[in-house]
Design a protein around this ligand. Structure first.
Ligand code: NAD
Length: 256
């Protein structure tokens, strides 16, 4: 059980982050929910997790594209036994048309934020004598697709940072691993479906099956519950010697 542990999950009002928050709460952890906004809906999401699982849940606003805000998130959380670096965005364009500001934003949110939160969280974990860092990378942290230059670069960076974090904490009861999901049907992926359908002259249903799941041999989306279960496993005693590696949850994508 993760009772008595506090888990900070970046970008956790939606999709995979929210799924991981529910799974860690179900395992007994207290939760810090985060996003860049500060709306009634954000706080309601946090209350929903508390009510369903009977754990303490706080919402802390922090924009993961901002260095100081990343570090302030860990300070405001007070405790941070489990850090899940999940916040991430996507943008799709050929390299020569890829806007420089989109490159900077994706590197900041998908890669640099994990560096800043990890730097702030490691001293807290060392003081507690236990810690788990779970980075949500991607199949795109291990392999590439055209038109996703910033995303693929950031996710490969996350996998590299995962290994360094593991080596620097290897002698302590702290681990760091990356989960590499294939396609999961979250708002981030749903946003890519209309354009994909238009580009290939297909219905949205066909675009999902024939284009998006083309590289996922199972022909099924992974679910946020499956990613959540993987995060809980990485925080369990069974995973205490698993560090500096990646776990793919991708229906066979990276076996191709
Ligand atoms: P999503 O869009 O459903 O959720 C993203 C979350 O991040 C939201 O809570 C959003 O509010 C938050 N966020 C965005 N910008 C932020 C910022 N500047 N500061 C703080 N929070 C911010 O996306 P998702 O599909 O759940 O993706 C979550 C993570 O999983 C991302 O890192 C993504 O790259 C990764 N991933 C997703 C898939 C997939 O198929 N959906 C596959 C592999 C990896």
């Amino acid at each position: 059980s993760l009772k008595g542990k506090t888990a900070v999950i970046t970008g956790s009002t939606s999709g995979i982050g929210l799924g991981i928050a529910h799974a860690l709460a179900a395992a007994g952890a207290d939760i810090v929910v985060n996003s860049f906004s500060d709306t009634e809906a954000d706080h309601a999401t946090a209350r929903g997790i508390a009510e369903r699982h009977g754990v303490a849940v706080r919402y802390i606003q922090a924009d993961m594209s901002n260095t100081d805000a990343c570090r302030a998130l860990i300070e405001k959380a007070g405790a941070c036994d489990i850090l899940v670096n999940n916040a991430g965005i996507q943008f799709v364009a050929p390299i020569e048309e890829f806007p420089a500001e989109k490159w900077n934003q994706i590197i900041a949110i998908n890669l640099s934020s994990a560096f800043h939160t990890t730097a702030a969280a490691l001293p807290v974990m060392r003081k507690a004598g236990w810690g788990r860092v779970v980075n949500v990378a991607s199949a795109h942290g291990l392999t590439a697709s055209p038109y996703k230059v910033a995303y693929v670069a950031a996710k490969h960076g996350v996998v590299g940072m995962t290994k360094v974090t593991a080596l620097e904490t290897a002698k302590e009861d702290i681990t760091c691993n990356a989960i590499c999901p294939g396609y999961v049907l979250t708002p981030l992926v749903e946003a890519q479906i209309p354009d994909t359908a238009k580009k290939y002259g297909m219905t949205e249903e066909e675009a999902k099956e024939k284009v998006i799941l083309e590289r996922q041999p199972s022909k099924q989306f992974a679910t946020v519950e499956q990613i959540g279960g993987t995060a809980v496993f990485l925080c369990s005693d069974a995973a205490a010697q698993i560090t500096g590696t990646t776990i793919s949850v991708d229906g066979g994508w990276t076996a191709l």
